[in-house]
Each structure stands twice: as structure tokens, then as C-alpha cells.
Design a protein around this ligand. Structure first.
Ligand code: FDM
Length: 223
């Protein structure tokens, strides 16, 4: 059911709040898939990609070194994904599975959570239309107040959005836009959406993610 039996790789998205363990779990899943399907058969793509020029603008905004209108930073995050579009498609159609560490749902949820009057949900989603659609989205769910237990990041609180009350609102927005369980039950079509309890220990979460990916019968349709 996974990439080896198909002529294209999978697009797998891991989403969740800051400190949900996404980066660790992306790496663990990637290692497992490379073991199962051969070295290089899978790679992780961090979003935002802070290495591009747009990524550097995003980075200085997140570090509060620059200020930007909420609309501008929203569009820069989206533009950063559009920069990645072709390399993601190239990887997938060459047979490589790509694991995304954040993507469109973060773009919509973090902006919506700001509660800006002239940035309603359809405005937030509009620039995302046409980006590659994940086959499967794993939402790593945590209670915001439990966020730091799992984290390997000791620098939490340094960046702009790393404030507890804001994280509570982001979580509600994630749930609104992703829905729960069935395909297309949310506002965004992010493929099959599966919620993972990310408050469990790292190995259990990794096993739950592995099982979800294995049990997923992915269509080999166009992305
Ligand atoms: N973020 C991330 C957004 O606000 N919009 C987006 O489109 C994306 C991809 O930026 F606070 C936020 C989410 C988080 C920060 O942090 C990126 P990490 O540590 O690079 O995931």
C-alpha cells in the first residue's frame, strides 16, 4: 500500500502546534521508510523553508527582527510554499516520498488565529489553491499546556507565535480547517486526515504514525 508498489512517492504531512514533536517524528518516520523502501526513498521538507530569500524574510519576522502587516506575512508564507512546489512534485514523480514538516494548514491556522477582521478563512485559503495536495495528513494533537514535555527544543518562547493563549486558538483553528477523521470533512482538502495523540511518549507516537501510514490505502492519482 505504500510507495514501493506505486510509480510515484507519497506526500505525507505532519501538522500540529509548536512543540508537538513534529520535527522529531518526521525524522523517525523518514528513517523507517528509508529502512523499509531503500535509502533515499524518502526525504523531509521543512516548511517554511528558511533558506530561500523569502524564507529569510519569514525568519526575521518570526524572530521579531522585522514587522510586517499580517496580510503580507501570510502571503510570504504562501509564496514560500509555491517556491517548493516544483521540487516537491519532481521528488514525488521520481518515486521519492516527501514528508512535510508543516504546510498549508499551518498557514491558514496561524493567520486565522490572529482574528484579523479582513482576513476571513476564504481569504486565507485563496493563495494556497493549486499547491500539491498531501495523500495523508497526520495531525499531532497536544494540549497546549503539555507542549513542552515532549520537546527537544529548549528555546520555546523565543519566537513570535510561541505564546500559550495563541497556541490554544491555533489548535481550535487546526481542528476547524482539518476536520476530524474523514476525507474532506474539514474546510481544506489535505487528503486523509488522521489525528494522532502526541501527548504519548515519543516511541508510541512514532508507532501510531507508522501504523497510520501503513494502513492508508493511498490512491496513485495526480496530486
Ligand atoms: N507558520 C508556519 C505560519 O504562521 N504560517 C505558515 O504558513 C507556516 C508554515 O511559523 F509558529 C508559523 C508556525 C510557527 C512558525 O515555526 C514556524 P517552525 O518552528 O519553523 O515550525
Amino acid at each position: 500500500t505504500t510507495s514501493t508498489s506505486k510509480n510515484r512517492g507519497l506526500l505525507i504531512l505532519l501538522e500540529g502546534l509548536d512543540r508537538a514533536g513534529k520535527t522529531t517524528q518526521c525524522q523517525m518516520l523518514c528513517n523507517s521508510l528509508n529502512e523499509a523502501n531503500g535509502p533515499g526513498s524518502c526525504r523531509v521538507q521543512k516548511v517554511p523553508d528558511r533558506t530561500t530569500q523569502i524564507g529569510q524574510m519569514i525568519n526575521s519576522y518570526l524572530a521579531s527582527k522585522t514587522t510586517l502587516p499580517d496580510q503580507s506575512i501570510h502571503l510570504l508564507f504562501s509564496a514560500n510554499r509555491w517556491e517548493l512546489r516544483q521540487t516537491i512534485l519532481d521528488s514525488i514523480y521520481s518515486g521519492q516520498t516527501v514528508i512535510l514538516d508543516r504546510y498549508v494548514p499551518s498557514g491558514v491556522a496561524y493567520s486565522l488565529a490572529k482574528g484579523v477582521a479582513d482576513m476571513p478563512i476564504d481569504w486565507c485559503i485563496a493563495p494556497e489553491r493549486g499547491l500539491p495536495r498531501p495523500d495523508i495528513t497526520l495531525f499531532l494533537d497536544i494540549e497546549p499546556e503539555h507542549a513542552n514535555i515532549q520537546s527537544t527544543r529548549e528555546d520555546f518562547g523565543q519566537e513570535r507565535y510561541e505564546v500559550s493563549e495563541f497556541q490554544v486558538r491555533v489548535r481550535a483553528c487546526f481542528k476547524e480547517i482539518l476536520g476530524d477523521g474523514e476525507k474532506n470533512s474539514g474546510v481544506l482538502d489535505m487528503g486523509k486526515v488522521i489525528t494522532i495523540d502526541a501527548c504519548k511518549d515519543i516511541k508510541t507516537v512514532a508507532a501510531d504514525i507508522w501504523q497510520a501510514v501503513q494502513s492508508q490505502d493511498v490512491e496513485s492519482s495526480e496530486i
